[in-house]
Ligand binder design. Structure first.
Ligand SMILES: [Zn+2]
Length: 380
């Protein structure tokens, strides 16, 4: 079965078809769709299917795709895999756990192969309880603005990678790699055409995700959140990324039990690549659901595409992001520059590579299977 689609519409249709089949089998299942409904985003929806446990359930497993638009293609494939090959054939799975699948949180980004929304917002920098978020200062980013967000038509030039590498290495030597990464990745609220822009106001997704989560998490003790991503890490490998800080060590303890054979990065601070972001979905849901007395156990599943763990490769992928963002806002000097930039961007977040896609499905199957076992144990 090929779960990997090439357009937003076919990807959505495949998800809706899987959902329809599940509803046939499980009449208590609930499906719903939320229109984003604003300029440039007509006909775009966040879709969901909720499967309530047949017995009393302590856990709600929530699987989200496409917080970063283009990454939804792989996320959707994994959701279809879980729905068709786990939940549809085996009703025991929903005996003691409820499941919620949220498809394409940023459908604009998926449709147009961007990470961000139509307002250039990285959704994972746009979630918070209070709109004070938008007053967040990131002075270190401002200092790097020219390097990160050059303006004017983009024209591909020979040796530009090397020049970019040297320029950034000078900054890294000055600031240190940790400060450099933190400045870029934390998120910023002032440069509307810049990368990692968190917005000037909440995107519609903030309210939609809040409503969805509160509505379905209610009555459960724990929300086990799997947020599907691509682009960071060793190619073909799954990296589990936790929160940068857990308000309560028991949460991390519970997460480790759910993923006994996997390393949970970010929380394991010695893994090195640790940084803090503002406006993150995890922190928002964590705080929001605590108000509802639900413990959130959030993990991002990141499927690596580019081996961008080491400095050299991570700068190369940063450069691809910068070019795509510049081309989007200021245009390209010629067709070749556009073609190569969009192609590199697409390969970074949605590799057109059978082997990679197989690895993603295989690994997802294995880890999900293990997670289901651990949940079953915890429910006994
Ligand atoms: Zn992502």
């Amino acid at each position: 079965m090929n779960y990997f689609n090439d357009t937003y519409e076919t990807s959505r249709k495949a998800f809706l078809n899987s959902a329809a089949r599940l509803r046939e089998k499980y009449p208590n299942a609930i499906t719903d769709s939320f229109a984003i409904d604003r300029e440039n985003e007509e006909g775009l929806f966040i879709d969901l299917i909720y499967l309530p446990a047949t017995n009393h359930a302590e856990n709600l497993v929530m699987v989200t795709s496409g917080v970063h638009g283009i990454e939804a293609y792989t996320g959707s494939a994994i959701q279809q895999l879980f729905l068709n090959e786990f939940i549809l054939p085996d009703e025991k799975i929903i005996a003691h756990s409820s499941f919620l699948f949220v498809h394409s949180v940023n459908p604009y980004g998926q449709k147009y192969f961007r990470r961000v929304t139509s307002r250039n917002v990285d959704l994972n920098r746009n979630f918070a309880l209070s709109d004070k978020l938008f007053e967040t200062e990131n002075q270190a980013y401002a200092e790097l603005n020219e390097l990160l967000n050059p303006s004017g038509l983009y024209r591909k030039k020979p040796a530009e990678n090397l020049r970019f590498f040297l320029k950034t290495m000078r900054q890294i030597q000055k600031k240190g790699i940790k400060t450099f990464r933190q400045a870029i990745l934390q998120g910023q609220y002032h440069h509307e055409k810049g990368i990692f822009f968190g917005g000037k106001a909440f995107e519609p997704q903030k309210t939609i995700m809040e409503q969805i989560t509160c509505r379905f998490a209610k009555g459960h003790k724990r929300l086990v959140l799997i947020d599907l991503h691509t682009g960071y890490g060793y190619r073909g490998r799954l990296h589990l990324i936790g929160m940068d800080q857990y308000p309560n060590p028991a949460v991390l303890e519970q997460l480790r039990k759910l993923y006994p054979t996997e390393k949970i990065e970010a929380a394991d601070k010695d893994s090195g690549d640790f940084y803090k972001i503002s406006g993150s979905l995890f922190e928002f849901l964590f705080q929001r659901c605590t108000e509802e007395k639900v413990t959130v156990l959030p993990i991002a599943w990141e499927f690596g595409t580019f081996d961008n763990i080491k400095v050299r490769k991570s700068l190369e992928s940063l450069r691809i992001m910068i070019n795509e963002n510049r081309g989007f806002h200021y245009g390209y000097a010629n067709k070749e520059s556009k073609k190569q930039t969009l192609e590199a961007f697409r390969q970074l977040y949605y590799p057109d590579d059978k082997k990679w896609r197989q690895q993603v499905l295989q690994k997802s199957k294995a880890v999900f299977d293990q997670l289901l076992h651990q949940l079953e144990k915890s429910n006994q």
